[in-house]
Write a protein that binds this ligand. Sequence first.
Ligand SMILES: [Zn+2]
Length: 223
Amino acid sequence: MIDAPSPNHDERGVPVSMVVLHYTGMKTGAEALARLRDPAAKVSAHYMVEEDGRLYRLVPEERRAWHAGVAEWHGRRDVNAMSVGIEIVNPGHEFGYRDFPEVQMQTVLELLRQIRRRYDVAPENVVGHSDVAPDRKDDPGERFPWDRLAREALALAPWDGRAPDDVPEAPEALRRLARLGYGVEAFGSGPCVTAFQRRFAPTLLGEGLGRRTRAAIGAVTNR
Ligand SMILES: [Zn+2]
């Protein structure tokens, strides 16, 4: 672990109950690290994981880092106060979105195991930035291997492709998304459906709230 302190933090005020995963979305990790430590940028995260697996610590976990912005999960708005924020280096959709290397994922997984030992974070509260800010954000994106996290119960598993016996109609599907944590009222149903697809059923990305997506929502929220 490499200490690379950022000045961009303040008091948390509430205990940690969430983890928010991001991609950096910049051309290089070095560029992202500089921005996350720049007082003028007013952004930060607790950790940044380089593509070669190096782990940087920017903000102590007991402080509130500034990574989520305007966000909501389970009706709660101060996502920064509740969460540990992890930036994962990847150029993202703007600069050449690519797979997350194995060595990078090993560091992410080990970090999540340690965080779980320290706090009582429920798997459903380990989320992507796009889950809590679906109107603005796409990260960590549809290539992020949530199944790797789910195998160790560090996060909910993606949809396994099986339809439930009862496929929910649209209103019920949206109620289920809200129960899962999505800010359907705050951000609208469209962005939340897209965020759900990105997170739980990437092969359905962009399909809207059709039968297959409703089946996926039903299956994920039935278990
Ligand atoms: Zn982000």
